[in-house]
Design a protein around this ligand. Structure first.
Ligand code: FEO
Length: 172
């Protein structure tokens, strides 16, 4: 049986992951409107990954006897004025998500909930990758984004992202 406080934190994180997906779809909407379909595609794939994260956490709670409940998903509230702004917001958002995952991990560590720590190990690693991806995109945009040919090439590169379901990560 899961500790109640840990279970509630993971349940809240399910909502945060679904919000992350909603946020990235909002980024995709911006880029689709701007004519940058590759950027839009990249964030559509990211939104699918975020849903996977939510599903993995939901399944962990269910498999450990916790009744999952859902709250409202917040409205993304970004009014982007340039093509760099979603990338910056994305990097900041992933740093925030890392802090949330770290907090749950710290709570699990404090009560020696090794099972949850093992479950969260996959997410700790994933956050490292997601922060790096977000930072790399910012760097590439700074290097190539101000030139139309560079922006075109970057858009083509991002269009090639392939969605791979995140289903083999944590032990359930
Ligand atoms: Fe589910 Fe982008 O972290």
């Amino acid at each position: 049986m899961l500790n109640e406080k840990i279970a509630k934190l993971i349940n809240e994180q399910v909502n945060k992951e679904l919000y992350s997906g909603y946020l990235y779809l909002d980024f995709a909407n911006y880029y689709a409107d701007a004519g940058l379909d590759g950027f839009a595609h990249w964030y559509e794939v990211q939104a699918q990954e975020e849903r996977d994260h939510a599903m993995m956490m939901r399944r962990y709670l269910i498999d450990n006897g916790f009744r999952v409940t859902f709250g409202a998903i917040a409205k993304p509230d970004n009014k982007f004025t340039d093509n760099n702004a979603p990338l910056k917001a994305g990097f900041e958002h992933e740093q925030y998500v890392t802090s949330l995952i770290n907090n749950i991990y710290a709570e699990a560590f404090a009560i020696k909930d090794f099972k949850t720590m093992q479950f969260l190990d996959w997410f700790i690693k994933e956050q490292g990758e997601e922060e790096k991806n977000a930072e790399d995109m910012l760097k590439k945009m700074a290097l190539f984004g101000n030139d139309s040919k560079g922006l075109y090439a970057l858009n083509q590169e991002l269009a090639a992202r392939v969605y791979t379901p995140s289903t083999t990560g944590p032990a359930m």
